[in-house]
Design a protein around this ligand. Structure first.
Ligand SMILES: [Fe+2]
Ligand SMILES: [Fe+2]
Length: 372
């Protein structure tokens, strides 16, 4: 799974700005042209029907993320809210709390953007290497989808948030491995099942925890609809091939690839670069980024959502399940954790101090005699 990567400048680009990966891709032509799978054809039809353009979104909307982040805390002060939710090693003042929350959101969105570029190249690779024309036709719709995703996220980050983060090293290495992998099914496994499975879970989660900002909601809703089709395509392509047509050695290779991908995504979910940018260093902060209950619960929630797609392709083997659980000890019952309504125990526990604070703040708003 080693990809040969070299930093090599392209025409007109600085070598620091681009990343060149050398890999060999089989180019497979299929002269039969017939549809091999009716579900694949209807997925392609759906992709055409659901196609949208970046200009369909209302780019005139004013996005003041810091204002939104303060709004979530209301009626609490941002410092009270985020200190109770995130329990940082030192109490943050209002400005520090707002800076931490906005940077966490910008970091997540930046990694979505970089993942989208990886998906753009991976889907182009699938067009080339997948052995049937109907799968190539679907994959070509995905190339257009991913290009649009890159366009909207880069525009949102640059024009609206004005805070961007470079690609996290773990995500970049994972993209290298996905694009450098030999067999095309590893590209599909890494990108469509694992990276996009996690992205889809993150989009859904953003609906419930991120500030209700209309432009990002428009983006998230459209991108999530596309990504759920992409995950369905991955599941359809790989199907039960992993259990019925492969030798044990071939299955082991896929298991190891999946485990490596899960590990890389877990690392990038840690958000360490946010701390570095804000100047929070030292052992206490490094321990916090791994151990704080709210963020751990979010990681559990996201990683759990990869499991159903892995199960559908027959790859939620004991070895892969153990890897998921090892990263997140709270995922002891993976079967239950894949239920849409499941929340980690830790998640509710991490919210308890915050909920108590908000209740008393609300009471104080309604009954001024209770203001302390
Ligand atoms: Fe995408
Ligand atoms: Fe996608």
């Amino acid at each position: 799974m080693t990809a040969r990567a070299a930093a090599e400048p392209m025409l007109g680009a600085n070598s620091c700005d681009t990343h060149t990966l050398r890999s060999t891709v089989d180019s497979v032509l299929d002269w039969r042209y017939g549809a091999s799978n009716s579900r694949l054809s209807s997925l392609t039809l759906k992709a055409h029907e659901q196609a949208w353009r970046a200009n369909d979104l209302d780019w005139s909307l004013d996005v003041d993320l810091a204002h939104r982040v303060r709004g979530i805390a209301h009626p609490l002060a941002p410092s009270a809210y985020y200190n109770a939710l995130l329990r940082p090693p030192m109490a943050l003042d209002d400005d520090e709390a707002v800076a931490l929350a906005t940077n966490m959101i910008a970091f997540m969105l930046s990694q979505f953007l970089h993942g989208e570029q990886g998906a753009l190249l991976a889907s182009a690779r699938v067009v080339q290497a997948v052995p049937t024309v109907d799968a190539k036709l679907y994959a070509s719709t995905q190339v257009a989808d991913e290009a649009r995703h890159v366009e909207v996220y880069s525009r949102y980050l640059e024009e609206k948030l004005e805070i961007t983060y470079p690609v996290h090293p773990s995500l970049r290495h994972l993209i290298d491995d996905i694009l450098g992998a030999g067999p095309w099914d590893l590209t599909v496994l890494g990108m469509q099942i694992i990276v996009e499975g996690l992205a889809l879970a993150a989009f859904n989660l953003m609906h419930s925890i991120a500030p209700a900002e209309p432009l990002i909601e428009q983006i998230t809703e459209r991108v999530a609809r596309d990504e759920s089709r992409h995950v369905a395509f991955g599941v359809l392509l790989l199907g039960r091939a992993y259990t019925s047509q492969m030798t044990p050695q071939e299955v082991h290779l896929r298991e190891d690839f999946a485990i490596h991908a899960i590990h890389s995504l877990h690392e990038r979910l840690l958000m360490t670069p946010v701390l570095e940018r804000l100047g929070y260093s030292g052992d206490a902060w490094h321990a916090w980024v791994r151990d704080n209950a709210f963020m751990r619960a979010l990681r559990q929630l996201l990683l759990a959502k990869i499991a159903p797609a892995l199960r559908s392709i027959g790859l939620l083997t004991p070895k892969v399940s153990d890897a998921l659980k090892a990263h997140q000890p709270g995922l002891d019952d993976l079967e239950r954790a894949t239920d849409a309504a499941w929340l980690p125990r830790e998640f509710l526990g991490s919210l308890r101090p915050l909920l108590a604070l908000r209740r008393s703040a609300r009471r104080a708003v309604h009954d001024p005699s209770k203001r302390g």
